[in-house]
Write a protein of this length. Structure first.
Length: 264
């Protein structure tokens, strides 16, 4: 029954992603399906059933999980574009998914709090830059948001100008590895849970980052891995897990990494 429901979600997400035409014509429909999926992922009963399915090593699990991660990441990106367009048109309707994410931001830095002296880099900032805006508004820290989607960055900059929240925030298109100066100066680096290559990037950026940097890695394991890319092992000569923040009532969890040894 649970697998059948997941196949239904996957088919609906594929349809919504493939038919996105750059407008908000189906924004309410997409919001409803993502909110429903969020509720499904957060349901404790479903989490227990999913763990039983994983233990059985069903051949269906691996490809279905991979497809759901990929297609839901596309749909979240589209929903962020919808939200940005609605804000620009002054017709925003809040989604439960966004409420969940915003409440997650409140506690994800653990003991490594951000203040006005911090320099933050956000990888996968999206079309509606919730995290950069919240950090900028509450701490006035410098924030660089990076996304490979040029359309998303164009929209997010329009949202910043619309909301008057531009002083300490810069949003750009590109590969994080291009920003060597910003990486060296960063005190905090945040990875979106929908960035597929985040652990590969973490490994590559070791030599480019300062000794005191903290990396905030959003991830999802077990049933949450159907909506987020999961936690992975790191090279322990480079990075150590400094803190892990499990959020049973949130759509993703957070792993905080610091340097294992100073860069020579």
């Amino acid at each position: 029954m649970l697998l059948s429901r997941l196949y239904e979600f996957a088919a609906k997400f594929r349809e919504m992603a493939d038919e996105f035409d750059g407008t908000t014509g189906r924004s309410l429909e997409l919001t409803d399906i993502i909110d429903e999926y969020t509720g499904f992922i957060m349901n404790p009963l479903n989490q227990v059933i999913w763990e039983e399915i994983e233990q059985q090593s069903s051949k269906e699990v691996i490809p279905l999980t991979a497809e759901l991660r990929q297609v839901t990441a596309r749909c979240v990106s589209i929903m962020e574009k919808h939200r940005a367009l609605n804000v620009l048109n002054e017709s925003e309707q809040q989604a439960g998914y966004f409420v969940n994410i915003e409440s997650s931001i409140e506690r994800e830095f653990g003991s490594f709090q951000i203040d006005s002296e911090s320099r933050v880099v956000m990888v996968g900032s999206g079309a509606f830059p919730m995290t950069p805006m919240l950090i900028g508004r509450r701490t006035n820290a410098e924030v660089l948001g990076i996304d490979i989607d040029e359309e998303a960055i164009i929209l997010s900059n329009k949202v910043l100008r619309k909301l008057g929240n531009t002083t300490s925030i810069r949003l750009v298109t590109g590969d994080i590895m291009q920003f060597e100066t910003e990486l060296k100066q960063a005190t905090h680096i945040i990875f979106s849970s929908t960035v597929a290559e985040k652990y590969n990037l973490l490994d590559r950026m070791y030599a480019l980052t300062g000794e005191q940097v903290v990396v905030v890695m959003r991830y999802g394991d077990r049933l949450k891995s159907l909506f987020n890319y999961p936690m992975k092992a790191v090279d322990e000569t480079k990075w150590k897990l400094a803190e892990q923040i499990l959020c049973p009532d949130q759509v993703f969890d957070v792993a905080l990494y610091s340097k294992a040894h100073p860069v020579s």
